[in-house]
Design a protein around this ligand. Structure first.
Ligand code: FES
Ligand SMILES: [Fe+2]
Length: 434
């Protein structure tokens, strides 16, 4: 008998143990290991521009139902959804100059949950100060409202990023999602947050899913995008250097060749960086412009264990760049809502692939291989984050007193002769802005 002989025809499906997910990596509610770790960081909760004093907005982050609003004086606020009186939703409340007023009995709370008025009570509530609506601190930066939902004594400064500082002429920061109904509190995706986040460290899926299986999906490919050789799935594993540690996370480099008009080729590197806790620096995959300062960050924000939201900030001359992030992948030349069910099957993309992993993928059923190195390293980094918080240490990227902008190292770079002498390393990647 040789190694290639077929197995006896017994089937392998019967009697398997029940599958399971890795709760320590995926579950985010209060008191869970990952939930507590994620609560040590600031997370985007709304677009600053879209958050007006018009009506309150309902959202869900880390398993908690929250209301985000901007009072009439322009202050953003985040409070629990259930009113501290008898639980009506403040989603039906009214925004006033100094706070939000519940629809049921007229209690009014300011952006820090102080009860300003109990409308139907004698003297507007003689003990209204004990009825504090639970609230969280917020800060605005780069066109987003960020919320901190962790222990007050550990609240770090809201981070800055070098790529969003010192804008050039004509540039602005674009952060409002151009999607009706999702422009205030972000795009909602109905599966576990980690499936989106770890996709950023899975470079080979672009070669298979986005090019080979479903046909070229990146708008612009073959014109202003990558050459077809970039997408060869059978040689891609030789071209990737995984798991380069950066100051704030992890990065991979993918070597490719750009065809020049004179028939020569130039070596290029494509680099995606992820930063803790759930930030992706994704270069422009449609309009590939090398050696430019990186220009965008995407935040993956867990809503609960089985859904998440995405926020993005882009430094750009026009909103087109943000549109390329959201709409830059076409399926059979169409946008997702234009597809028939059969087209979803024949031309799947990220949502089909990641969504069909399930509400939370079943880690016990996985078979990890060489090209999952990035995913494995990302999970390792997240496990360390959880371990650090449990052990009472500050996890990576929680820096009390941090003042300097963080460096973002993603981009598309021309490999110089000097760099080709050595294996590419993090140090070989130009600093953002250089
Ligand atoms: S339930 Fe909100 S005021 Fe009564
Ligand atoms: Fe993808």
């Amino acid at each position: 008998m040789t190694a290639t002989s077929p197995s006896p025809d017994t089937g392998t499906g019967y009697g398997r143990p029940a599958s399971s997910h890795d709760a320590r990596l995926t579950e985010v509610g209060p008191g869970t290991p990952m939930g507590e770790a994620l609560r040590r960081y600031w997370h985007p909760i709304a677009s600053s521009n879209a958050l007006t004093s018009d009506v309150p907005h309902r959202t869900r982050i880390l398993g908690e139902d929250l209301i985000v609003f901007r009072d009439g004086a322009g202050r953003p606020g985040v409070v629990f959804e259930r009113c501290a009186h008898r639980g009506s939703s403040l989603y039906y409340g009214r925004v006033e100059d100094d706070g939000i007023r519940c629809c049921y009995h007229g209690w009014k709370f300011d952006v820090q949950g102080n009860c300003l008025e109990q409308a139907c009570e004698p003297a507007l509530g003689r003990r209204r100060d004990v009825a504090r609506q639970p609230w969280y601190p917020v800060e605005e930066r780069y066109g987003l409202v960020f919320v901190y939902m962790g222990p007050p004594e550990h609240k770090p400064p809201l981070p800055r990023y070098d790529i969003f500082e010192d804008l050039e002429d004509g540039e602005s920061l674009i952060s409002e999602m151009p999607i009706p109904g999702q422009n205030v509190t972000g795009m909602v995706v109905d599966f576990n947050w980690l499936q989106s986040f770890e996709n950023a460290m899975d470079p080979v899926h672009a070669m298979w899913l986005h090019y080979t299986h479903s046909g070229p999906q990146f708008e612009g490919t073959g014109t202003i995008g990558f050459p077809p050789s970039y997408y060869d799935p059978y040689t891609v594993s030789d071209k990737i250097q995984y798991n380069i540690t950066t100051d704030h996370g992890l990065m991979y480099l993918q070597r490719w060749q750009r065809d020049e008009p004179d028939g020569t080729t130039v070596d290029m590197d494509w680099a995606i960086e992820v930063q803790l806790p759930s930030i992706i620096a994704l270069p422009d995959f449609v309009e590939v412009v090398p050696d430019r300062r990186h220009d965008c960050l995407i935040w993956i924000v867990p809503s609960d264990d089985t859904s998440h939201r995405a926020f993005a900030v882009v430094r750009a001359q026009s909103p087109d760049r943000l549109m390329r992030i959201i709409m830059g992948i076409k399926q059979n030349g169409k946008l997702p809502w234009e597809l028939t069910e059969e087209e979803h099957q024949r031309f799947p993309s990220d949502f089909e692939a990641q969504g069909s992993q399930g509400p939370i993928t079943q880690h016990s059923e996985e078979t990890l291989v060489t090209s999952d190195k990035g995913v494995v390293a990302l999970r390792r980094m997240l496990r360390k984050m959880v371990d650090d918080v449990e052990a009472g240490r500050d996890p990576l990227n929680v820096e009390p007193g941090e003042a300097r902008p963080r460096q973002v190292k993603a981009g598309v770079f021309t490999v110089t002769a000097k760099q080709t002498d050595v294996e590419p390393t993090a140090a070989a990647v130009p600093a953002a802005g250089s």
